[in-house]
Structures are given as structure tokens and as C-alpha cells.
Design a protein around this ligand. Structure first.
Ligand SMILES: Nc1ncnc2c1ncn2[C@@H]1O[C@H](COP(=O)(O)OP(=O)(O)O)[C@@H](O)[C@H]1O
Ligand SMILES: [Mg+2]
Length: 259
């Protein structure tokens, strides 16, 4: 059984891509096969794993050319971790999809076949509530929402949860808000602490794990490496490991966690 997890939040710079990369890498490290699908035209998840889209195609082709999933999957350097890369072309997909049939279901349909070999599919979304993000939410069973521990952290979350409710009502009943993830937590500031408390007060399903602010984490993508390779002993690497553990607890049968 494949589990499809989407990272989403219409705010940019909150840690969606960083989480997509490092959660995927942490799950793969634990022996699960993981496919990361890059749904952002900025292609930061693709680049952050040291991958470039080959001429054979990208997420654009998955959404608009009905290319089969397997023809677009690119291996990474790490066992158990694959990517469907994105390119800047995907920016045009938002407009082209608007006039297409079944425009909200393109990704979901693309994931109908050939996914059994992945235990997890992790989808990185762009910073908007446009059709690319809607496609991610319609294809997923769980959505994880990174929230930066900064002033106005909760701003926009109301609009996000309303969108989620609409998607659930009209397009994908299965979708669950699996949790909010506090990112860029700075334990030296009282602001981080306040924000974390406020988020937890509003959303009881916030991950226990908090991702610390970490220079190492921001450096890793420029080397094309996940944090568990770039600096495996860093607190940030340990945090993504702990988060992966929570994801496993939440979505996987207990028997499977034990093995
Ligand atoms: N925990 C963190 N500590 C320090 N920098 C971070 C952290 N998480 C993300 N960043 C950096 O912040 C920027 C935005 O993060 P990113 O994951 O790209 O956000 P999004 O995908 O939501 O736009 C990137 O430069 C990234 O390297
Ligand atoms: Mg991003």
C-alpha cells in the first residue's frame, strides 16, 4: 500500500521543499522506498537532491502530456529514493491546466498505476493555492503543512484550511490534515516559543518534532545533498529523523513500524 503525502502551504519560504527533501531522505534511510514528485516550477526539491530533469521529461509531462509515471522517474544517489523532477516549464502548466478537462485530477490519475513499488510518495508543492497545489491535494491522502516560527506564522492558515475543506468536500474525501510542522525554530528567542505555543493551541495535530533553524540545513541543497548525508549528526538531521518516525507512527500499521 502506497501512502501519498503532500507538503503544502501557500506561503513561500516556510520549509515545504526542505521538508520534502529531508523527510523523503529520512524515510528512505529507514528502508522504505520513496518517490518525491516535484510540483514546483522552481524545481528546488529536484536540485536539492542533486538531480536534473532529463530530456525525457518532467512533472509537466506527467500533468499535461499524460506521460506514464515510470518514464519520468529519475534515481538519486541514494538507495530507495527516486524523483520525478520539475522544470521551469511547469509554470506554464498552471495556465494550460486551467482550460483542460479534469484539471484538478491530473496528478491523481497519473498515480493510478505503477506506484506499488513505492511505500511513500512525497509531493512538494509551490507557494500558491493554484491548480498545481490543488493537484497535489487531490492526489494525496495526507497533507503536512510546514509553519515557520516567525511573526504572523498563523496568517493565511485560515485560508489554507478553508481550501482544504473544499478539496475534501468536492474532490478528495480521503484527504487528512496530518499535521502542522513547526520549522526554523530558534530556541534562543521567545518569539519562536510563543509562535509554537500559539500554533499548538490552534492545531492539536501539530507534530511533536520541531525543526530547528539551522545553517547546515540551508547549505545542504547547494551541494545537492539531504541533511542526513551532508551533516548526519546535526540537530537538524536528527529532527527530520524524528519527524519521519512520527509520520511512520501516524500513517503506517504498527506491525510495519516494528519491522
Ligand atoms: N530549518 C531551517 N533552518 C534554516 N534555514 C531553513 C530551514 N528550513 C528551510 N530553510 C531555508 O529557508 C529557505 C526557504 O525554505 P524552503 O524549504 O525552500 O521553503 P518553501 O519550499 O516553503 O518555499 C531556503 O533557503 C531553505 O534552505
Ligand atoms: Mg519550495
Amino acid at each position: 500500500m502506497t501512502r501519498v503525502l503532500a507538503l503544502a502551504n501557500q506561503k513561500g519560504g516556510v520549509g515545504k521543499t526542505t521538508t520534502a527533501i529531508n523527510l523523503s531522505a529520512a524515510l528512505a534511510r529507514r528502508g522504505h522506498s520513496v518517490l518525491l514528485i516535484d510540483m514546483d516550477p522552481q524545481a528546488n526539491a529536484t536540485g536539492g537532491l542533486g538531480v536534473r530533469a532529463p530530456a525525457s521529461g518532467s512533472t509537466y509531462d506527467l500533468l499535461l502530456e499524460e506521460a506514464p509515471l515510470e518514464s519520468l522517474v529519475v534515481p538519486t544517489e541514494w538507495e530507495g529514493l527516486w524523483v520525478v523532477p520539475s522544470t521551469a516549464d511547469l509554470a506554464g502548466a498552471e495556465v494550460e491546466l486551467a482550460a483542460s478537462m479534469a484539471r484538478e485530477y491530473r496528478l491523481r490519475r497519473a498515480l493510478k498505476e505503477d506506484i506499488e513499488r513505492y511505500r511513500f510518495i512525497v509531493i512538494d508543492s509551490p507557494p500558491s493555492l493554484g491548480l498545481l497545489t490543488i493537484n497535489s491535494l487531490v492526489a494525496a491522502q495526507d497533507v503536512i503543512v510546514p509553519v515557520q516560527c516567525e511573526y504572523l506564522a498563523l496568517e493565511g492558515l485560515g485560508q489554507f484550511t478553508s481550501t482544504l475543506e473544499l478539496v475534501r468536500r468536492h474532490l478528495n474525501r480521503e484527504l487528512r490534515l496530518r499535521g502542522l510542522l513547526l520549522t526554523m525554530y530558534d530556541r534562543r528567542t521567545s518569539l519562536s516559543k510563543q509562535v509554537a505555543e500559539e500554533v499548538r493551541r490552534h492545531f492539536s495535530n501539530t507534530f511533536r518534532t520541531v525543526i530547528p533553524r539551522s545553517v547546515r540545513l540551508s547549505e545542504a541543497p547547494s551541494h545537492g545533498l539531504p541533511i542526513n548525508v551532508y551533516d548526519p549528526r546535526s540537530p537538524a538531521s536528527e529532527a527530520y529523523d524524528a519527524m519521519a518516525e512520527e509520520v511512520l507512527e501516524a500513517v503506517v500499521a504498527p506491525a510495519e513500524v516494528a519491522t
